[in-house]
Design a protein around this ligand. Structure first.
Ligand code: BDR
Ligand code: CA
Length: 309
């Protein structure tokens, strides 16, 4: 069974990914970054989630901001508290007494070659971990990153930019230029693999307590998606599916991807050398298509809805 280490900023789609992880794999820890909302909320949400699932997965608080420049969050999608403003009772458990970046380094050293690292947030903690241990990639079995917009159809106010990369472009630059090879699940793949609302609502209706919790925290995000008329996009869930089962990928291309750091409309863009002309290392395996049925089956099981919809 795969063992995952998850860097995340819960966040509604992060929560679905974390539910999937616990249903289908072992989870060594949740490393928390600021992103969708501030760190106090993302840590609190992660703790609430592991308490709700009923597991002892440690939660490590990480960086409270991007490395260089402040960035706006995405409370307008996820709710101002990141979990749909449901005013749930806070978790009783606490975060571990170790920084997320230090935990990534320690766990990778303790279990060389065993961990699949899944990055579902701005890459701030991961960049810091790379600075603490430049040999980190050699100790990690596989890295899956949710981020980027490979042909420029992004999801923040800077048109060609995706949120996780746009929130902390310098951190993304460190990871993209120093990690030898990783799987990249970009925003545009997530658009192509949106679930229909009918299918997703059926899962929520048929599922167990996890589905009821998820239905509550995702109400605002689902309404936001409906208002955009584009199906139920669960970006981090798609990246988690690729981490859990690489065989669901039916189309991918390996190319060099760099991060644009200059100020202006392109800051945070993922620049892909589609024709391999620039001589850069093909660092990213860009996931273009997955088996939609198998992706949704992984989601349904995590909500307790498999075979019940
Ligand atoms: C990514 O940004 C966040 O809002 C989501 O949680 C996901 O990780 C999608 O662009
Ligand atoms: Ca996220």
């Amino acid at each position: 069974m795969t063992t995952l280490l998850i860097d995340t900023d819960p966040g509604v789609d992060d929560a679905l990914a974390i539910l999937m992880a616990h249903a289908h794999a072992r989870v060594a820890g949740l490393c928390i970054a600021a992103g969708n909302v501030g760190l106090a909320h993302t840590v609190g949400n992660a703790l609430k989630l592991v308490e709700t699932i009923g597991v002892d997965t440690p939660v490590f608080a990480g960086c409270p901001s991007a490395l260089v420049l402040p960035a706006p969050g995405a409370g307008f999608v996820h709710g101002e508290d990141g979990f749909g403003d449901t005013a749930y009772l806070p978790a009783t458990r606490r975060a571990a007494d170790e920084h997320a970046a230090a935990a990534i380094v320690r766990l990778a050293r303790a279990r060389p070659g065993e961990l699949t690292l899944v990055a579902l947030a701005p890459l701030t903690n991961l960049a810091l971990a790379l600075r603490l241990d430049p040999d980190l990639p050699s100790r990690i079995a596989r890295l899956v990153v949710m981020g980027g917009a490979v042909t420029g159809r992004g999801n923040i106010h800077l048109a060609p930019v995706e949120f996780n990369i746009g929130f902390d472009p310098e951190a993304a630059h460190v990871v993209f230029s120093e990690w030898p090879q990783f799987d990249l699940v970009d925003w545009e793949a997530c658009l192509r693999h949106a679930m229909t609302f009918e299918a997703f609502e059926r899962m929520l209706d048929a599922g167990d307590a996890r589905a009821r919790f998820y239905a509550a925290i995702s109400r605002k995000a689902r309404a936001f998606n409906r208002s955009r008329g584009r199906g139920m996009i669960a970006a981090d869930a798609l990246a988690m599916a690729v981490a859990l089962d690489p065989s669901i990928v039916v189309q991918a291309e390996r190319h060099h991807v760099a991060i644009e750091l200059a100020s202006g409309l392109g800051r945070g863009a993922t620049v892909v050398d589609w024709h391999d002309r620039l001589g850069g290392r093909p660092n990213a395996n860009i996931v273009l298509a997955v088996d939609q049925g198998r992706f949704e089956a992984l989601v349904a099981t995590a909500l307790g809805a498999a075979g019940r919809g």
